[in-house]
Design a protein around this ligand. Sequence first.
Ligand SMILES: *Cc1c(COP(=O)(O)O)cnc(C)c1O
Length: 375
Amino acid sequence: MMKNKFLELAAPGVQQLQPYLPGKPIDELERELGINNSIKLASNENPLGPSLKALEAAKSVIGDVNLYPDGAGFKLSEALAEKHSTNIDSITLGNGSNDVLELIARAFLTNEHSAVFSQYAFAVYPIVTQAIGAKANVANAYPADHPTMPYGHDLDSIYNAIDDLTRIVFIANPNNPTGTWLDINVLIDFLNKVPETIIVVLDEAYYEYMPDELKPDSNGLLKQFDNLILTRTFSKMYGLAGLRIGYSVSHPDVADIINRVRQPFNANLIAQEAALASLSDEQHVANSIASNTLGLKQLANGFTQLGLTNIPSIGNFITVDVKQNAMPIYDALLHEGVIVRPVANYQLPNHLRITVGTESQNERALGALEKVLKG
Ligand SMILES: *Cc1c(COP(=O)(O)O)cnc(C)c1O
């Protein structure tokens, strides 16, 4: 690539930054290859779509978009406070939870501090850390041959990566792109050990997909640990990725700090209304869980039949080892009209991350994979 003539003007952290690579949009693929009927299983979107209640709510306010949204997001924040058994001053809304992750980094990190996260952790943590010029202390994950949680977050190694400069620890449970999760008691021991002067961000983007027995009592943990921040999103289970809405729950003093760097209208009008309505659609959540549970099994069984193994996952995606450089496989799948996600940028060059689709989408993905692997 040609050298950027403004590179030297950029902030030092930004000069080194590799931008986030999103999943390839369907339109782009079809434009490039001149094909149609492709499917996207690349960004962990809900294949069932959004709740119909959310769509109704979005439509009902579309005529009001000449007005700024409620900058405090009162109605949505109030509902979220109730959902998390806390007060409204604990909630911070974001333009997606990525926005909140960035706000947290900007509020607590400087170029004289460090952030800690695991190898294979969600790509946004290194990006927001690097953009500020803070140091990234990357903890080793469990090895590939770990008996129960290959590639998973190792909280001992995360704890050991904390140094005198550390201000933030980012932990995703379940993690993306691995789908791995944390043992509840190990998480509690970890939170007990970490000093209160270090902010622990527990990213629960896939919380709703977790089997109940694996869900930590996150609201209870918040009451116990004032330095804990939970982040959640409406992009995954709630099917509102395109509207960009997420949030954090924290001690009010932590929320106060995050709010100082937040733009006043970062959560838009339509997103606020749709998110609020989707909270009341328990049937949509139940349907999404049921579909995902079947889909995870379908994909894992399909991989086994192809002689492949996957990382154990409780998210709405599953990451499979294709036992060779995954990039040509990814490209060949694109030509079959199936968009998945290469994860070489996560140091997983032989893996592909596949979002759980509908039954027929999963079947199509498995069929395409079989065809491509046979070459
Ligand atoms: C998808 C995802 C998010 C959130 O994305 P937003 O659309 O910005 O809410 C956050 N964390 C993880 C681990 C994710 O996979």
